[in-house]
Design a protein around this ligand. Structure first.
Ligand code: PLP
Length: 375
């Protein structure tokens, strides 16, 4: 067996195992909502009308055009349908982006704490992740630290805003400064915008590809899993400069081939389902409030404002416990959450998902208070 798996991490996996039924689960980054009915019907219709055979690798032109229209409508991103590649989830799009922007031995900058899969994915293909810690009071990028981390081997900076796990939404000015650095050092930007519709602050999500100098060096990655509650349907996409997208098409042609043919129309239908996205967002806002108020009411827990996505990244150092001790204690108290020291620069924090339903949030808070406040 090849040795490439020996040191490969598995991120949060040990704490994502389904617990017993009696445990409240705050771990999974997955919307609890039903997938929009229209999307399911379109997938069934695709199956029944014989869309079960090989098809265009990057995705149907109709779907790629819908993605291009969607990006312009919601994020002011100008993309040509010919430069959109539909992938089995955003994860696969990220893998292609890393293959496109780095060679073995090259360095890629991650703004840590960052999503647990970036590091092993880069290591998988022989690239070296370089972690640049964000400011830990608000999880926004430390622009000077990014600049200082650049070496002659640096090829790419990864931006994930809104961010999993911290919930930070970088300001337009911060994104502009990162683009400036990328221009100055001629670096790629991979922009994972999968939470781009989940912004709870009064500055917008801005894609680096919309800023001067950004378009020609940014690969935008996005997907249907989060905003349309379609995690198991495995659809995502990437778009970016022409040559990069030719490479993405080659990556897909030599691996996944394409997403399931019957999912093409279903994914297109989802892009028109704004009512669902908006009503899910309303719920998330409510749950965010309940979660932040509840956690803040427990002595020793500091809750920086979650600005986007559906995560709270809480500082538990005030409890006197390590994050592992805290997570293990919480599990005993009947709440599953993730100790963030499993990822680089996450020590002392726990990640909590408020994609869980409202009652699970209330019940989890009651249990934590019973455990920590002896109520
Ligand atoms: C930041 C981030 N990027 C990408 C993904 C992967 O999404 P997909 O289900 O489309 O592969 C996730 C899922 O948790 C995520 O949190």
């Amino acid at each position: 067996m090849s040795s490439r798996f020996e040191s490969l991490g598995v991120g949060f996996a040990p704490y994502l195992q389904p617990p017993g039924k009696e445990v409240v689960r705050w771990t999974v980054g997955e919307p609890g909502f039903e997938t929009p009915r229209e999307v399911i019907e379109a997938a069934i219709e695709g199956l029944e009308s014989g869309k079960t055979k090989y098809t265009r690798g990057p995705g149907s032109m109709d779907l790629c055009q819908s993605v291009a229209d969607y990006l312009l409508r919601h994020h002011s991103i100008e993309a040509r349908a010919e430069d959109v590649v539909i992938t089995p989830g955003a994860k696969q799009a990220l893998l292609y982006s890393f293959l496109i922007t780095t060679m073995p031995g090259d360095e890629a900058i991650l703004l840590s704490p960052s999503w647990a899969s970036y590091e092993p994915m880069l290591e998988f293909i022989g690239a070296t992740p370089i972690h640049v810690k964000v400011k830990m009071d608000n999880f926004h990028p430390d622009i000077e630290a990014i600049r200082e981390a650049i070496t002659e081997k640096t090829r790419m900076i990864l931006i994930n805003s809104p961010c999993n796990p911290t919930g930070a939404v970088f300001t337009p000015d911060e994104i502009a400064k990162i683009v400036e650095i990328a221009v100055e050092y001629d670096l790629w930007i991979v922009s994972d915008e999968i939470y781009g519709r989940m912004v709870w602050v009064d500055w917008p999500h801005v894609s680096p590809s919309t800023l001067p100098g950004g378009k020609e060096r940014t690969i935008v990655v996005n997907g249907w899993s989060k905003s349309w509650a379609m995690t198991g349907m495995r659809v995502g996409f990437l778009t970016g400069p022409r040559d990069a997208m030719r490479a993405a098409m080659k990556s897909q042609a030599n691996s996944a081939s394409h997403i399931p043919t019957f999912m093409m129309d279903a994914a297109k239908v989802a892009l028109g389902c704004d009512d669902y996205v908006n009503s899910f967002n309303k719920e998330y806002l409510k749950r965010r409030e309940i979660m932040t108020n509840g956690l803040s009411s427990i002595p020793g827990i500091r809750v920086p404002e979650p600005e986007g996505a559906f995560y709270v990244f809480a500082d538990i150092t005030g409890t006197g416990m390590s994050d592992i001790e805290f997570a293990d204690g919480a599990l005993e108290a009947g709440v599953q959450l993730i100790p963030a020291s499993l990822i680089k620069d996450g020590d002392g924090f726990v990640r909590v998902s408020y994609a869980a339903d409202e009652e699970a949030i209330h019940e989890g808070i009651r249990r934590l208070r019973r455990w920590l406040c002896q109520e």
